[in-house]
Design a protein around this ligand. Sequence first.
Ligand code: B12
Ligand code: SF4
Length: 419
Amino acid sequence: MLDAYSLGLSGQVITREVAEKQPDVVGISSLTPQWPDVEMLADIVKAEKKDIVTVVGGPHVTALPRESAGHESVDIAVVGEGEDTMSEICQAVAGGTDLSDIDGIVISTNGDLESTPPRARSMALDEVPFPAHDLLPEPALYNPFPVWGVGGNFSCMISGRGCPYQCSFCDVTEQQGKRYRLRSAVNIVDELTWLHEEFGVGTFSFRDPSVVCRRSRLMEMCELMMERGLDMGWTCSSRANEVDLEMLEAMKQAGCRLVQYGIEVGNPDLLKDIKKVSRERIIKAVSDTRRVGLSAHGYFLFGFVEETEETMQETIDFAKQLDLDSAGFAVMVPFPGTQEFEKYRSEGLLLTEDWRDYDVMGKPVYRHKHISHEKLTRAPRVAYRSFYMRPRIIARHLRKITSVGVARNYLRSARLMFN
Ligand code: B12
Ligand code: SF4
């Protein structure tokens, strides 16, 4: 396993690794803006040895499997979850058996594409082995953003898959299905215990929204973390309609420091259009979060098809009205497979399908009907200044700078925000 991004490896170093290890199969994961790098990696592998079977997977490939398999250095594109599929591919390659018996893949043979039937989603997530944390580089390499917490080595956790909400800009429902599929509380806490004891992980972040979706599981998980004396700080994300005061209290006692809410916009009609939570529920969730002593972070986006200059201002005003500790602002990226992508494409407003540009830190990849390109590009910076340049927020964050490491992390984030 080679975490080339985190290690900052060049193409030359990766070529050397492939030459040394001489693998039979290489699997490469991809999010949309990483797709050009995936093509380059597959090219590197094939240039080293033509016989190596190249397999690609991940959200981008699941959204566009045939297009992905169409790249000349790619042999197989995996649609959806990869655990069982990848192991079946390896067995087939080792045993020389027919790949077309494997569900959920697109096979490329000299440019001809063959799609096999879709694969059923795995329901028994407790049976999936823990991620191979032992194959990753030193945990000290992974630093959280300051808002994700400080203290000790850091790791990410996924407590379940799927999401029923189908927000217009998000492809998780499309990728992972409408139904929540959840790991048990014991299974999650077992992985945390392993991370803590073996790798000195002191801080982690639940990255899936489903961690709070089943109250009984959340309460059991918090209780177990306390029973085992896991002294770990953590953060999670949640839809604002899924938490209540009692849950937040239990989370705080179990080491939670911050809850991140995907709020997105301030205008009530736009909130409905993009399938987000009402303003009232958001106000209540943020205030309950602060009431129990947890920090609250809000994510906001600009550039939905129905957006206007007025709604952008409403978003900034709403962010400031809420009692948030921190906020993140970005221009909405319509990833393939989302409703926003289809809307922008059908109206002929997409400016590029160069996937490298589909980066949340980048410029809008579409022309907007009501807002100039320049204004939309600048919107996150305007919002950051307006949100953070308030004495109350500055004072709150200054209090959190307790070491040089934290100060460095803050500087890193400030550079990203204001650049
Ligand atoms: C944790 C997370 C991160 C982490 C870690 C990212 C990572 N590289 O894994 C961080 C914070 C770094 C991150 C960053 C970004 N993220 Co992110 N992230 C997530 C999140 C919340 C969970 C990912 C996860 O583990 N899911 C659970 C597992 C089970 O699903 P999975 O990752 O899709 O993997 C399964 C299959 O896809 C497949 N698979 C995946 N890879 C491979 C490879 C092979 C060979 C095979 C066979 C199969 C296979 O098998 C896996 C297991 O079943 C998802 C949202 C979500 N709930 O999924 C967004 C998500 C993946 N992120 C997204 C994006 C866009 C980004 C950024 C590109 C944002 C940006 N800057 O523009 C950056 C990329 C930065 C980078 N350099 O990697 C999008 C992807 C959309 C898209 N079409 O690309 C998602 C879906 C969020 C969203 N709704 O928009 N992210
Ligand atoms: S943004 Fe969050 S709540 Fe909405 S569909 Fe995606 S994962 Fe679900």
